[in-house]
Design a protein around this ligand. Sequence first.
Ligand SMILES: Nc1ncnc2c1ncn2[C@@H]1O[C@H](COP(=O)(O)OP(=O)(O)O)[C@@H](O)[C@H]1O
Ligand SMILES: [Mg+2]
Length: 294
Amino acid sequence: MDQAEQLRNIIKANSMPRRPLARVITVTSGKGGVGKSNTSINLALQFKQMGQRVIILDADFGLANIEIMFGAVPRFNLYDLIYQGKNIKDIITWGQGGVGFISGGSGISNMGDLSREYLIYIIQNLAELDSLADIIIVDTGAGISDSVLEFLVASGEVLLVTTPEPTSITDSYSLLKKLNKHPRFSSNETKIKVIANMVRNTAEGETLYHKLNAVVSRYLKLPIFYLGSVPSDKELEDAVRQQMPVSLKSPMAKSSIAYQEIAGKLMSKDVSGDVPRRGMAAFFSHIIKSKKTS
Ligand SMILES: Nc1ncnc2c1ncn2[C@@H]1O[C@H](COP(=O)(O)OP(=O)(O)O)[C@@H](O)[C@H]1O
Ligand SMILES: [Mg+2]
């Protein structure tokens, strides 16, 4: 059996109907500092309050964002699973509010160099995440790097965070353009959902979405769905400074309420119909495949 076949078998075994797959939602943006990590954490907390089991994978390799925002230091990261024989349960840190998180460390970027036995061991371990979480949120780093694109292509849902700044809109468009060109991207397998962050009011968020959608539908012929907006909120800034997610620190803050509404929309079916659930084994084997061929 060659490696591709073994990987296929693992994925098949992990996508049997009796075994539910996690929803993998990747949060991204064209440029940094627009609120991806806040979106990841606060949506995670809102989903948790709706009774979902949630794990965040922090795939921003440069800065360990999520752990700083949670005020918790993970003992191990993905690198320890790959190279130090830790298993998946060892590398999950349970943060405030009962949300789990995994620090990517430098683990994922090195995955392409591993032997077949190793890869199979890792994918089997990561596939276990499907039984530990209903929703896995992947927080990506800034910019349009190839590894970020691989994450997007591997996810069933992409949340694109945009702000009213003109550069943020053009950067969002550039990201979608690049994603659309990716050989393995399919708009049936990956739904793109837009969140307008740091808006003055809901009308500004809607205008922002319509501007982006106008160019995306015209030049890329790509469907993008609007999830809603999060207002610019001083309470969120204060919460960040105190290393606490705003949804926990100030549940009634306007941004917390906006996150709650967006999480509610994501749990209902009316945003983009059925959500493609592909699970974690498929997610990582996608990424490894891309590393092997690049
Ligand atoms: N809705 C918001 N209202 C006010 N400030 C915000 C909001 N969202 C993000 N910010 C500010 O932007 C900073 C960067 O947010 P962060 O989530 O870390 O962005 P990213 O992960 O995209 O780099 C935060 O520290 C906060 O000060
Ligand atoms: Mg971040």
